[in-house]
Design a protein around this ligand. Structure first.
Ligand code: SF4
Length: 751
């Protein structure tokens, strides 16, 4: 017998999870050409500087899992009454794709082309996000495509577009934060969600300038201890008023950067008038933050920004989902940007030194690229507007179709999911009758998941593409097995707007076995799936399967657009460069960065002008909605993440080392509130409201407000936090309100 040959290969790539996109090396051990083991190590890159969090460190476990990996297309049986039975039958790709194409044709013939909807993801590579938008619009011919980024980035994205004229989450390199003397961080628990980020807060922390705004004393808020800075705990929903009150003090006490406002900003007078109503004593009642504390923070920011305007260390204002996932999330993000403008920070330099600015911390791995590739219901690639005749004509030319073949704007995510499969009083569909879901687990992550699951069960056709049997996939008529992170090539755009290479390191499983010897099985790329479906549906457009060819098309599609990728070069990115968009061809010259790494594209934005036609940033009046009067006995329920899990947990709940630390749903509550409700630490509680209820293990947290309870949203079944969240959305961004839900809590009894 011959001894199997062993070899190792090392592949440079980026983490499969969050938007920090930490660089890593994945070492693959092979015997006779088959992968037998994997090792992950952090690699040098400015965002992570060699560090990884627990999720990144264990990401190779996903590649090892075979037991619950979907190995062949699956079709779910239906009972005589039409209900899905839960019994899945393996089939070939040819059969599965024919079933889908036939059913799509029948549904569209009966109800029109818009009867089919598509739900995408901020986890897809740029190439897949782009191809999915194209597949929806000119493969299926539907206007109804939206994606899970609507649930995470839409408010900050809308606010940046309104105020700056362009949406790049961080319009400066992350490493700029290292020099800061003061950072106001609102609604983000980076110490748990993206731990390697924390090193960029160290500079401000050492200078006592880290100000964390969070109703919980989160791991990030703890960083302000021992002279690191300040923690402010407003009531959920109070952030907008808090920001307006900070602006009020800054303006009233003469800290506004008047010459910057005169030359670079319009609308200051309206904004100033609107904040004049929010003096600290008035804001105290809404925010739950003392007037003295509001004044102290405003003065700290004012002095720091004044120093930055005279060559001192920079000042940054950063927001996360905590302040954005509200019904006034767009106004709140606008208020944070406005505050930075009043302080004279964004895009400004003194003696060649940046004064600071505003940034939002994108969450999902490709949350930035995913939102500019055309998955949004109102947007075409490059952040082009779907209602703009010039943008439509450009895309029609790139896609090789008539402009009239590109549908108009569709329905934003929450409305799409809350109306799908439902009928009006005459039995006519109120929403789509068929849904494609790619890279998303909406049965856990969407607001009001009880309603979402009921609607999924009423659809005539549900197609889910995934690599594990997620809670959403288990509802599907057809499940399509797809490739996971290290099994295919592509590009991602991180939270700074840098375009990175995600590399293939291993071959996907073949899907063949003794029991199932068919060759037409095994996971495939979505690019191939959309190519095949578009062909079967008679699409007039071409759908390339090679990611490099799709990337070339993205360059053409985004040429001249706000998010311009046209000057990017696959080989350049492949060689390890990570250019910042926009990269129009003319800027592809490169400069040497401090780390010696060549920088291509536009690392710092708005230095000369903002992106509105007149080059000015646009301030407007901001008027907070009246807050509902709290009902006696009710608490405010808010959701978020823990270090060990990512999004709906569909991947991280399958990694033993992560699941062991956080195996189940928990609810954090102040010990005094727990005592009032008869709850013991480690016992179980029912959290409930008119929407639904969840059961979770009680965790005492002395640092949470006594009127607030918190649950992570990573868990399925009765631990699903989103059973309680509602379908209320921000009127400008359509972002659901995940962070401010009335609920009550009681001890769970053994039933
Ligand atoms: Fe991955 Fe984000 Fe953790 Fe970095 S911080 S290792 S990108 S999950």
């Amino acid at each position: 017998t011959s001894i199997p040959e062993q070899s190792t290969r090392t592949v440079k790539t980026h983490c499969p999870y969050c938007a920090l996109q930490c660089a890593m090396t994945l070492t693959v051990t092979e015997r006779d050409g088959a992968a037998t083991d994997y090792e992950i190590e952090g690699a040098s890159f400015p965002t992570n500087r060699g560090r990884l969090c627990r999720k990144g460190n264990t990401a190779h476990e996903l590649l090892k899992r075979t037991g619950d990996r979907i190995m062949a297309p699956l079709v779910q049986e239906r009972a005589a009454d039409g209900a899905r039975t839960g019994a899945f039958r393996e089939t070939t790709w040819d059969h599965a794709l024919n079933v889908i194409a036939d059913r799509v044709r029948n549904i569209q013939e009966a109800h029109g082309r818009d009867a089919v909807g598509v739900f995408g993801s901020g986890g897809l590579t740029n190439e897949k996000a782009y191809a999915l938008g194209k597949f929806a619009r000119v493969g299926l011919g539907t206007s109804h495509i939206d994606y899970n980024g609507r649930f995470c980035m839409s408010s900050a994205s809308k606010a940046s577009t309104l105020v700056f004229g362009l949406d790049r989450g961080m319009p400066f390199p992350l490493t700029d934060l290292d020099d800061a003397c003061t950072i106001l961080l609102l609604g983000s628990n980076v110490a748990d969600t993206m731990p390697p980020f924390v090193q960029h807060l160290d500079g401000a922390r050492e200078k006592g300038g880290l100000i964390v705004v969070d109703p919980r004393r989160s791991t990030t808020a703890e960083l302000t201890a021992d002279g690191g800075g300040l923690h402010i705990a407003p009531a959920p929903g109070g952030d907008l008023v808090l920001l307006l009150a900070l602006a009020n003090v800054i303006i009233e006490e003469g800290f506004a950067a008047q010459s910057y406002l005169d030359s670079r900003v319009e609308g200051y007078a309206e904004f100033r008038r609107s904040v004049s109503h929010w003096w600290p004593e008035r804001a105290q009642a809404t925010t739950g933050v003392g007037a003295d504390q509001i004044r102290a923070v405003a003065r700290k920011l004012g002095h720091a920004a004044h120093a930055a305007r005279h060559g001192g260390d920079p000042v940054y204002i950063l927001t996360g989902r905590g302040v954005e996932q509200h019904r006034d999330g767009t106004d709140t993000a606008c208020a944070a940007i406005s505050l930075a403008l009043v302080l004279g920070l964004p895009g400004a330099r003194t003696d060649g030194r940046s004064r600071g600015g505003y940034g939002t911390l994108t969450g999902q791995g490709n949350g930035q690229g995913g939102r500019e590739m055309g998955q949004k219901s109102d947007q075409l690639p490059g952040n082009r507007r779907i209602t703009d005749p010039e943008d439509r004509a450009h895309m029609a030319q790139v896609w090789g179709v008539a402009e009239t073949e590109i549908p108009g704007p569709g329905t934003p995510a929450t409305q799409l999911l809350h109306t799908m499969g439902t009928v009006d009083e005459w039995g006519e569909p109120k929403g789509v009758s068929a849904l494609f879901v790619h890279g998303s687990n909406i049965a856990v992550s969407a607001p009001d998941t009880g309603r979402v699951i009921r609607n999924l069960r009423s659809l005539e056709l549900l197609v889910v593409a995934d690599f594990f049997m997620s809670e959403t996939a288990s509802e599907a008529d057809v499940v399509l097995p797809v490739l996971q992170w290290a099994e295919e090539d592509g590009t991602m755009t991180n939270l700074e707007g840098r375009v990175l290479r995600r590399r293939k390191a291993v071959d996907p499983p073949s899907g063949r076995s003794h029991a199932s010897p068919a060759t037409d099985v095994g996971p495939r790329s979505e690019l191939w799936i959309w190519h095949e479906l578009a062909r079967r549906l008679g699409s007039p457009a071409e759908f390339p399967v090679d990611p490099r060819a799709v990337f070339a098309e993205i360059r053409e599609a985004t040429s001249g657009a706000a998010a311009d990728y046209s000057g990017l070069d696959w080989d350049l990115i492949d060689a390890g460069h990570a250019p910042y968009w926009p990269v129009p061809s003319s800027t592809l010259s490169g400069e040497e960065s401090l780390t010696g790494e060549p920088v291509v594209g536009t690392s710092r934005m708005f230095e000369e002008r903002f992106a509105h036609a007149n080059g000015k940033a646009r301030l407007t009046a901001l008027r907070p909605r009246r807050q509902p009067v709290p009902v006696a006995g009710q608490l405010t329920f808010t959701t978020g993440r823990v270090m060990e899990h990512y999004q709906s947990g569909a991947q991280t709940r399958r990694v033993d080392a992560l699941r062991q630390v956080h195996p189940e749903a928990v609810v954090q509550i102040h010990p005094a509130t727990a005592a009032e409700h008869g709850l013991d630490e480690g016992g179980y509680a029912v959290v409930e409201n008119a929407q639904g209820s969840m059961v979770a293990k009680v965790e005492f947290a002395a640092g949470i407000r006594s009127d607030t309870i918190f649950a992570p949203f990573h868990f399925p079944g009765q631990g699903t936090a989103n059973l309680l969240t509602r379908g209320l959305t921000d009127p400008q961004s359509f972002m659901p309100e995940f962070k401010n839900t009335p609920a009550s809590i009681r001890a769970a009894t053994a039933e």
